[in-house]
Write a protein that binds this ligand. Structure first.
Ligand SMILES: [Zn+2]
Length: 427
């Protein structure tokens, strides 16, 4: 049963401020990429989960448990997805630019998520970290309405479908009221996951002590430690569901609109990009949560952030196995040497990008998890004040004003946040 729209709107307004517009997505309306995707999702999962669209909002997709698992999708999430996608597909960026972008975008997402759910001063501090020293400004996230228009005008192809729907489908693939099915448990058994972990972990620059803890936690039965096999399987199940629905729908819609013909290699690339993006959003959510409650962050919580790249590497390697299988099935059971080497090249390139981005992402992670490394927030605020009247001032002011408006709509309070808002008001 569809939950009451007034109730859903009231819940979301209480959490996100009253300036949002909430609309239920109509799955049965005229044919569109969205209606096609959602109908395919229902057909593959057997579940009709209501989806709501928010104009504005925050960079996250989430589900309201207890309200038919209503899933919330927003313009803000899409804007950041489009921006993050540039890190992987834009050939003009140097390695240094990619690292810097990854760092700044992570701080920006953490700031907005902490503002909504966490500590207001930590949110403001993260925002100042995003702004100070920022020399790069991107064509996305400054104005959500403009972003949406741009995205809607794009050709409907593998990139369009991945950008718009991968995150949403991954979320719908979580089926919060169910455990992972038995087939998947067999295919991705603890032993199998462990064998991959043994291959991957030695390549990470962690202390021997931490590596041993990861291994022993993983092996402990019923653990909820640094890497939990059940959690890994649940994420893999959500990715497999997303890939399966997206593959069928993308082939179908591209055949209908006939703007270009479907390429399984382009699809493969978009999936690799999308799983990285979902990972970045999830990590930022964790950073926002943990950075906000620093006073009593446990060892487990701190290091669950540090080992996220291992979790990602494990997941993406397993998903790639599944993806290759899907490609072979799509191509009728055979794969040419040419396609095979093109796939290997895509994987090599993505691994290179992910390793670069991790350097930027790591700075935001350490800032969230290790407060002793944060530095003096008021010194940084003075720095920002100076930069606001410098050559990049106009661009910085747009981002600052956007953040302060959100804080005021949510009625968030904090000494540091108040100082930041005061600075914005003086401009
Ligand atoms: Zn997930």
């Amino acid at each position: 049963m569809m939950p009451d729209i007034n109730l859903i709107t009231a819940i979301l307004e209480s959490e996100m401020g009253s300036d949002i517009v909430v609309d239920p997505v109509n799955k049965n309306g005229e044919l569109s990429p969205m209606s096609l995707i959602l109908r395919e999702a229902i057909s593959q999962s057997g579940k009709d989960i209501p989806v709501y669209w928010i104009d504005g909002g925050f960079p996250e997709i989430f589900c309201l448990q207890g309200h038919s698992n209503a899933t919330i999708f927003s313009t803000r999430y899409l804007s950041f997805t489009a921006l993050l996608r540039q890190l992987f597909v834009n050939n003009y960026y140097s390695d240094d630019i990619r690292i810097e972008m990854a760092e700044k975008i992570s701080f920006h997402i953490v700031a907005e998520l902490a503002l909504r759910k966490g500590n207001a001063d930590f949110a403001a501090f993260s925002m100042v970290k995003n702004l100070v020293g920022k020399g790069l400004f991107f064509p996305w996230t400054q104005d959500e309405k403009a972003d949406l228009i741009t995205l809607e005008r794009e050709n409907i192809n593998e990139a369009y479908m991945g950008t718009w729907f991968y995150g949403l489908l991954h979320e719908l693939g979580h089926f919060p009221d169910e455990t992972v099915d038995e087939d998947l448990k067999r295919a991705f058994s603890n032993e199998y996951l462990f064998s991959w972990l043994e291959r991957l972990l030695p390549h990470f620059p962690y202390s021997q002590e931490l590596k041993e803890k990861v291994f022993s936690d993983f092996k402990a039965q019923g653990n909820k430690g640094l890497l939990d096999p059940d959690e890994i399987r649940e994420e893999i199940a959500a990715d497999i569901f997303a890939i399966s629905v997206l593959l069928k729908s993308t082939v179908q819609i591209m055949d209908i609109v006939k703007q270009s013909s479907f390429s399984i290699l382009k699809f493969f690339q978009e999936i690799l990009v999308s799983i990285s993006i979902v990972f970045i959003f999830n990590s930022c959510k964790r950073m926002a949560l943990h950075g906000s409650k620093i006073a009593d962050l446990t060892y487990e919580e701190a290091f669950s952030n540090v080992v996220q790249p291992v979790l990602f590497s494990l997941r993406s390697n397993l998903i790639i196995q599944y993806l290759k299988h899907a490609v072979i099935t799509y191509l009728g059971g055979q794969i040419s040497g040419e396609v095979d080497s093109a796939i290997s090249e895509l994987i090599r390139e993505m691994t290179k990008f992910n390793n670069l981005l991790e350097k930027g992402w790591n700075k935001a992670m350490r800032f969230s998890v290790f407060p002793e490394e944060r530095g003096d927030r008021f010194v940084l605020l003075k720095e920002l004040k100076k930069e606001l009247s410098g050559p990049n001032g106009a661009m910085l002011r747009i981002e600052l004003a956007h953040f302060c408006k959100k804080a005021q709509t949510l009625n968030r309070k904090g000494n540091y946040l108040d100082e930041l808002i005061k600075l914005n008001d003086q401009l």
